[in-house]
Design a protein around this ligand. Structure first.
Ligand SMILES: Cc1cc2nc3c(=O)[nH]c(=O)nc-3n(C[C@H](O)[C@H](O)[C@H](O)COP(=O)(O)O)c2cc1C
Length: 125
């Protein structure tokens, strides 16, 4: 399973580093990267531009075929806007919201996500 992520201030990047999995980092200037492996997307929460940038990536070539789900990083201070980008993307692409966490996540968040990834990998075989 490939991890595709976007990180503006480094929290998501820190979380991804803890996963120790193959990853691809997207940014605003170059979201058009082709992937050919099953992937999940981890996004921070800021504004519509996040949703649009990730959508450009997913809509590129056959990327959507390999999409398995979304994960959000945010802050609970944003209350009902907590991780709204990951939630919006899950609805837009009819894929599961696998996990949400605050900032760069805890060890427990890392474990939970790894469990989700294993569950998906088993259901794909
Ligand atoms: C200007 C700004 C707006 C934010 N808006 C939201 C928000 O709407 N919902 C949320 O859950 N977190 C929000 N956050 C928190 C970030 O999504 C969170 O810190 C995240 O871990 C950042 O990831 P990154 O460091 O990889 O960019 C906001 C943070 C900033 C600085």
């Amino acid at each position: 399973m490939l991890i595709v992520y976007l990180s503006l201030t480094g929290n998501v990047k820190k979380f991804v580093d803890k996963l120790n999995m193959t990853s691809v980092e997207l940014n605003y200037t170059n979201p058009l990267i082709e992937v050919r492996d099953d992937f999940i997307v981890i996004v921070p929460s800021y504004d519509e531009e996040i949703t649009n940038t990730i959508s450009m990536f997913i809509d590129y070539k056959n990327n959507e075929t390999f999409l398995k789900g979304f994960v959000g990083s945010g802050s609970l201070n944003y209350d009902n806007q907590f991780c709204f980008n990951a939630k919006d993307l899950a609805i837009r692409y009819s894929k599961p919201l696998l996990h949400t966490f605050e900032f760069s996540g805890t060890n427990n968040d890392v474990l939970k996500l790894k469990e989700e990834v294993n569950r998906i990998a088993i259901s794909c075989t």
